[in-house]
Design a protein around this ligand. Structure first.
Ligand code: NAP
Length: 490
């Protein structure tokens, strides 16, 4: 389906209404596949907008938290139904503003639908525990309590599913939210707000302010009404926000970068391993936090695997989407230069695509470096583009040492037919998500998502574990000794 593109100026969504920023400033949103195409205009929010949004969320909080959790879930079901009907429209907007293929966009929107379904159900499982007391006729139980207003700061690479998984988890717990989406992907964020509005969410429960994180981010984190912050983005920004949140005594959840490795042992099905590594490295133009950016191959399989991955990379090159913007393109091209200068052997790709089909966008070829060693920057740092480094290992224990020898710990996978080695890998690999004989990418709504080390902290997203960040536990002691109470108990 082709959606008619209306060039529109979108407001902030505050207190259930579309409002312009008090700054009076707007910014165009650009299509990364064609930098000449403007997709719409979005508010450049001010400190005053932050204040208005958090006040609106604070005002809505007490009624929202008193609404029974199953009823909060019913509203999430309505959002899911509205988005289901608009799946193609939202997917097309996502493709136009972020650059991933329409099929990948549909996949992302479907994931958001699954997430809404899962968290709506959590409203009916918003359980505490009963705990035996040391005392007779005493009943102890626990219940979850929402935190209040939460600030959700999200990146551009999954601009539908990440805001949805943060919003669904925080809302089902009874929190109200202020979303600050990436400046590069505000369109999908406002389309999500439309769905919440149409689902009759009470005014102020969900708010969204667009604009630059470096301008309004601090004010949002510091606002006294904001009780917690959930952030997904780069490790650099995450660390800054962690320090700021710490100064203001606020809990912060951080989902950050990755340098995800695939280990290929010499007994692996090399075709399968190369297909999965290519999908992980080049799918979504390598712009996934779980993208494969290193393949660590056992020496005797190295040559054959390298040949196969190069073939797959060449096949995919023409169908890759663009980098999200010019800065990201420059960053990827710089890393390719760094790789060459460090002594990596460029065996495939390495250039910007400039033919007539790609000229107006930020396209780069799928790129493979062989002869990469663990001290090189392309083996350690997150590139966030379609660039894959191939490293060689003597055996599994050497491969594990290489895989774990980076600051990140998001996802990893292994290709082997040896069950003992599979379980050794599961025991020893330092990541939050492990895949066996499949790519490093992907995640399901009911499964905890997130990383270890500098990839994540503050608790997992998705799955029932997501509720832990967005709630406090309240312990309740009920003494029902009544008339048999002994006043001088102790
Ligand atoms: P980013 O530059 O760190 O930005 C993330 C968000 O933070 C954006 O909304 C950004 O706003 C905002 N921001 C920037 N500076 C800020 C500040 N000083 N205060 C408050 N907010 C601020 O990351 P990105 O480039 O959008 O996303 C790519 C990164 O996200 C990669 O590193 C990727 O690995 C990571 N990621 C991780 C996961 C995970 O689950 N682990 C998932 C997806 C992506 P502006 O856009 O206005 O600058």
């Amino acid at each position: 389906m082709s959606v008619k593109l209306e060039l529109k100026t979108w407001g902030n969504f505050i207190g259930g209404k579309w409002v312009p920023s008090t700054s009076g400033k707007i910014k165009p949103n650009i299509n990364p596949a064609n930098a000449e195409e403007i997709l719409g205009y979005f508010q450049e929010s001010s400190f005053e907008d932050v204040k208005n949004a958090v006040e609106s969320a604070e005002k809505a909080f007490y009624d929202w938290k008193r609404l029974p959790a199953p009823n909060r879930g019913k509203l999430l079901v309505k959002v899911m139904q509205i988005l289901e009907k608009r799946k193609e429209e939202v997917s097309e907007a996502l493709t136009r503003e972020e650059g991933k293929s329409f099929q990948e966009s549909l996949g992302e929107v479907n994931k958001a639908l699954n997430t809404l379904e899962f968290f709506a159900g959590e409203g009916r499982r918003f359980y505490g525990e009963t705990i035996p007391s040391e005392l007779p006729k005493n009943f102890i139980y626990t219940r979850r309590e929402p935190l209040g207003v939460v600030a959700l700061i999200t990146p551009w690479n999954f601009p539908v599913s990440i805001p949805i998984w943060k919003m669904a988890a925080s809302l089902i717990c009874g929190n109200t939210v202020v979303l600050k989406p990436s400046s590069l992907t505000p369109w999908t964020a406002v389309l999500l707000m439309e769905a919440f509005r149409e689902a009759d969410f009470p005014a102020g429960v969900v708010n969204c302010i667009t604009g630059s994180g470096s301008v309004i981010g601090d004010a949002l984190v510091k606002a006294p009404e904001v009780k917690a912050v959930s952030f997904t983005g780069s490790t650099e920004t995450g660390r800054k926000l962690q320090a700021l949140a710490g100064q203001h005594g606020k809990p912060i959840q951080l989902e950050m970068g990755g340098k995800n490795a695939v280990i290929v042992l010499n007994d692996a099905d090399l075709d399968l391993a190369a297909s999965a590594a290519a999908l992980g490295a080049f799918g979504s133009t390598g712009q996934r936090c779980t993208a494969t950016s290193r393949v660590i191959v056992e020496e005797s399989a190295l040559e054959q695997f390298t040949q196969k991955i190069v073939e797959k990379a060449k096949l995919m090159s023409d169908s890759l989407g663009p980098c999200v913007d010019e800065n990201q393109l420059k960053k990827v091209l710089q890393y390719i230069e760094v790789g060459k200068n460090e002594g990596g052997k460029l065996v495939c790709g390495g250039h910007r695509l400039k033919d007539s089909k790609h000229l107006k966008g930020f396209y780069v070829e799928s790129t493979v470096f062989s002869h990469v060693t663990s001290d090189m920057r392309i083996a350690k740092e997150e590139v966030f583009g379609p660039v894959l480094s191939v490293l060689s290992a003597k055996n599994l224990s050497d491969a594990l040492k290489l895989a774990n020898g980076v600051e990140y710990g998001l996802s990893a996978s292994i290709f082997t037919q040896d069950a003992e080695k599979v379980f050794e890998f599961i025991d020893e690999i330092e990541v939050g998500m492990v895949h066996i004989n499949s790519a490093t990418i992907g995640g399901e709504a009911q499964v905890p998502f997130g990383g270890m080390k500098n990839s994540g902290m503050g608790g997992r997203e998705m799955g029932k574990q997501a509720l832990d960040f967005f709630t406090e536990w309240k312990a309740v002691y009920v003494d029902y000794t009544g008339s048999s109470r002994k006043t001088n108990f102790y």
